[in-house]
Design a binder for this molecule. Structure first.
Ligand code: GLN
Length: 502
């Protein structure tokens, strides 16, 4: 089998056995990136030189019989929201163009320690705000299954690069669905762990009470492998959980007999594409055939998920993004000399702040900052932010109640398959509604996984989502892995990307 088609688990084994060197492996993926990135635009930075130096070092250490990390030689792509001390970190924003962090994010440090090879940084919606990757300041990503369609977002580059065989594994972040939704729309597997399972240190903050980092790969087994490296307590993130990391890969191969999966009847409402509904029902049938039982459950407050999320996330964002003012961080505008003019700025300093932010941020980020600032302002705080926090508790309680009677909750990831580029860009509300099925997981702080469960007649992937109680990642991975042992949707490769020429 060619390295491009191999799973991360098999690649690591082949590297360990010496069937392939790290330099060979890295080169294959770098060449693939070079041939396809012009079309897909999944990478903002490609580190050919650095990754080959690292790969050569790993090969040398292996040859010398020195101990190597668990992922030695495995190419990994990193969403450009993760701080890397050897590559720029832009969050796909003009605000951070050229920014080189002085340190590695905790997950990056762990992956480095495990001897993974970083091939580059992936495109995304600016500051992870969006669901289509069209909010990137550096151009949209194209969906490898149909180049006229969006890959989803905000981890669109991470999803597309795995779908198009540009990397076997990518790391994404998920605040309201940004790992699971693009994974679903690109036909790959993505895990959003329980809040606190993976350290957020060095993840550029969007909405700190919702943000979580996770793996994106072709299969649940590959996600399990990566989780063993990236999960774990970090004293540098006060919300990181001090809980042992299970050997996720050892816990995969278990039957699903006795596992109770919840099905939410309200998911099948108006707006759900009939082909998606059919794919999801067929996924339930596969899980049943594997021994699970399916039960209807209620999430009565799920309908408030979108308004709740779109208050809390912008509120936190407006605070987190205050640091990009041209002085502390980010793009600094040239002095304009408008300060003293009538109707101008109060002072040259205020002018510098305002112009830097006006020039550095794109329209969606500005919209979120304004929404959040408004909802947090005196007089509106109780009516919007405080109320949203109360509804969030109810949403979390719904999940905890549901998990009294079932072990997992299943359903669609997105109401439709991948939509056309440009289709929703003029209608922010339509774009926000894309997150209907994913925001609840983040508001509740629980874990969720998405994986392909079929294809539409026109050849677009359909995603299935499972959600689990806090820290039940082993069960999420086990159920998805069992599904993938019984189906081959996750093995399909997009033709569009395959045909892309340099
Ligand atoms: N689409 C959602 C948003 O725009 C989720 C983003 C995310 O998870 N980072 O906020």
């Amino acid at each position: 089998m060619q390295p491009l088609e191999m799973s991360a688990v098999d690649l690591v084994a082949a590297l360990r056995q010496g069937d392939i060197t790290a330099v060979q492996c890295t080169t294959v993926f770098l060449d693939r990136i070079e041939a396809t990135n012009g079309t897909i635009n999944a990478f903002l930075t490609v580190d050919r030189e650095g990754s080959l130096v690292r790969a050569a070092d790993i090969d040398a250490r292996r040859k010398a019989g020195k101990p190597l990390g668990a992922l030695a030689g495995l190419p990994v792509a990193l969403k450009d929201v993760l701080c890397t001390n050897d590559m720029p970190t832009t969050c796909a924003s003009k605000m951070l163009k050229g920014f080189r962090p002085p340190y590695d994010a905790d997950v990056v440090a762990r992956l480095r320690q495990a001897d993974a090879v970083f091939v580059g940084k992936t495109n995304m919606d600016e500051f992870a705000m969006g669901g289509s990757n069209e909010n990137s300041a550096f151009g949209p990503v194209r969906n490898p299954w149909d180049l006229s369609r969006a890959p989803g977002g905000s981890s669109g580059g991470s999803a597309a690069c795995v779908a198009a065989d540009m990397a076997p594994v990518a790391i994404g972040s998920d605040t309201g669905g940004s790992i699971r939704q693009p994974a679903g729309l690109c036909g790959i597997t993505g895990l959003k762990p329980t809040y606190g399972r993976v350290s957020r240190r060095g993840l550029v903050a969007f909405a700190s009470s919702l943000d979580q980092i996770g793996p994106m790969a072709r299969s649940a087994a590959d996600c399990a492998l990566i989780m063993e490296t990236i999960a774990g307590h970090d004293p540098g993130d006060s919300t990181s959980l001090s809980v042992d990391v299970p050997r996720y890969t050892d816990l995969l191969d278990k039957p699903l007999s006795g596992v109770r999966i919840g099905r939410v009847p309200e998911h099948y409402a108006e707006g759900l594409d009939p082909e998606v509904a059919k794919g999801v029902e067929e996924a339930f049938a596969v899980l049943k055939a594997a021994g699970a039982t399916v039960h209807d459950v209620q999430l009565p407050h799920a309908k408030y998920g979108i308004p709740t999320y779109y208050l809390i996330a912008p509120c936190e964002a407006s605070s987190n993004l205050a640091r990009y003012d041209g002085a502390h961080y980010g793009h600094r505008a040239e002095p304009g000399g408008h300060a003293k003019k009538a109707g101008g700025f109060e002072s040259p300093l205020v002018e510098m702040y305002c112009r830097s932010r006006a020039e550095g941020f794109g329209p969606e980020v500005k919209r979120r900052i304004m929404l959040g600032t408004y909802a947090l302002s005196a007089g509106y705080y109780d009516a919007y932010y405080a109320k949203a926090l109360r509804v969030r508790r109810l949403i979390r309680q719904d999940y905890l109640d549901a998990f009294q009677s079932v072990d997992l909750v299943g359903g669609p990831v997105s109401a439709t398959p991948a939509f056309k580029l440009g289709e929703k860009t003029d209608d922010p509300l339509a774009m926000y509604l894309v997150d209907l099925y994913t925001v609840g997981t983040n508001l509740a702080g629980v874990g969720g996984i998405s994986f392909p469960c079929g294809f539409t007649k026109s050849g677009l992937p359909i995603g299935f989502q499972l959600q689990a109680p806090p820290l039940a990642e082993p069960l999420l991975l086990q159920a998805a892995d069992r599904f993938q042992r019984l189906t081959d949707w996750h093995r399909r490769r997009p033709k569009a990307a395959g045909e892309v020429k340099a």
